[in-house]
Design a binder for this molecule. Structure first.
Ligand SMILES: [Zn+2]
Length: 90
């Protein structure tokens, strides 16, 4: 029987979860940035934090036709990543 808290298992699991979270945040921010670039907005930088990221882009006149898809694509991408991971797990 393998015990989840035995030996190196907690450290390996912790590292895998942390990397997975980081990868999820990165994919989420890249999705925002790709849509922004498709709409012709330049990206200055993407900053990754522990529980989220910040995509720094050019300031523009607020335009709902640009802002709405740019805002929605992040959570939608995270949802798709989650569904893919669930499929991989089962
Ligand atoms: Zn986002």
């Amino acid at each position: 029987m393998t015990y989840i808290a035995a030996g190196w298992t907690p450290y390996i699991l912790g590292a895998v979860v942390a990397l997975g979270l980081f990868a999820g945040v990165l994919i989420h921010e890249i999705a925002h940035s790709l849509v922004a670039r498709m709409k012709g907005i330049g990206i200055h930088s993407i900053t990754l934090l522990i529980f989220g990221g910040i995509s720094s882009m050019e300031e523009r006149m607020p335009d709902p036709a640009v802002e709405l898809p740019m805002a929605l694509v992040g959570p939608l991408t995270s949802l798709v990543v989650g569904l893919i991971c669930m499929q991989l797990y089962t």
